[in-house]
Design a protein around this ligand. Structure first.
Ligand SMILES: Nc1ncnc2c1ncn2[C@@H]1O[C@H](COP(=O)(O)OP(=O)(O)O)[C@@H](O)[C@H]1O
Ligand SMILES: [Mg+2]
Length: 242
């Protein structure tokens, strides 16, 4: 299929298989969908259903066994790591369950780091603005071990936003947080998505998180078993539940 020209991201018949003994086990099986700019998509599914693998393949951290990935309509499936890495750094922001902050860097340095990788001189200033926005104005000089889980995740969200990415990928960002802090992180991600019009692809297996979504894609055993929009868009096709 040709790429959807309006999509910021598209998976086209993606399969990911791993060899187990002399057999190939499909972790992703014929997954296709397109994400429009500014959309908020929740990916749900039980543990082991392939959510993290899908995010890795969508974001170019891993290659599909079959199928194509398009970013802004460009087929990047066969791009080398050298060619893809700078695209990933400028186009995508990542938020992980386990925060992935650099322990030896302060909150401010962690946030500014992806900007400095690009030689961006304003990175520090934008990092300060972002940290103040998420309520960490007084914690910028603190190191990760001096911050609570919720604070670390807010730092990670600022880091994901520093290069003004088109897409934020969040893989179970509340998985290591208690329910109150987890709810705060989801609210923050949704607020930032609205303020900045950033596309948000949020993986979770918590049903309450999905209540906030505009669209829910459900995986089971590596297959898309539901792709539902909650809001009826003007384009009737978009309201179809399939
Ligand atoms: N490198 C790998 N080799 C073999 N199997 C893998 C590998 N990575 C993931 N898997 C398997 O793929 C399935 C989906 O994993 P994952 O994408 O992490 O699921 P989820 O994020 O939904 O919990 C699991 O059964 C897991 O064991
Ligand atoms: Mg996972």
């Amino acid at each position: 299929m040709p790429p959807d020209s309006f999509a910021v991201l598209e998976a086209d018949h993606i399969t990911k298989a791993y060899p187990i003994g002399d057999r190939q086990i499909a972790v992703l099986d014929d997954v296709s969908f397109a994400v429009a700019p500014g959309e908020f998509v929740v990916i749900m599914g039980s543990s082991g259903s392939g959510k993290s693998t899908l995010l890795s393949v969508l974001s170019g951290l891993d290659q599909p066994s079959q199928g194509r990935i398009y970013i802004d309509g460009v087929d990047v499936t066969d791009w080398s790591e050298d060619r893809l890495a700078p695209i990933r750094n400028s186009t995508f922001g990542f938020v992980f369950q386990s925060f992935h902050l650099v322990p030896s860097l302060s909150a401010l340095e962690n946030v500014a780091f992806p900007a400095e990788l690009r030689g961006d001189k304003d990175g520090r200033q934008r990092a300060r603005t972002l940290l103040a926005r998420v309520g960490l104005g007084a914690r910028m000089a603190n190191f990760p071990h001096q911050l609570s889980g919720g604070e670390k995740q807010r730092v990670a969200i600022c880091r994901a936003l520093i290069n003004d990415p088109k897409i934020i990928f969040a893989d179970e960002p509340t998985g290591n947080l208690d329910s109150k802090n987890g709810a705060g992180i989801i609210d923050l991600l949704i607020q930032l998505h609205r303020e900045r019009q950033t596309t948000l692809v949020l993986v979770t297996h918590a049903p309450d998180v999905a209540e906030h979504a505009e669209r829910i894609i459900t995986l089971a055993d590596g297959r898309v078993v539901a792709d539902e929009w909650k809001v009826i868009h003007a384009d009737s096709q978009r309201a179809t539940v399939n």
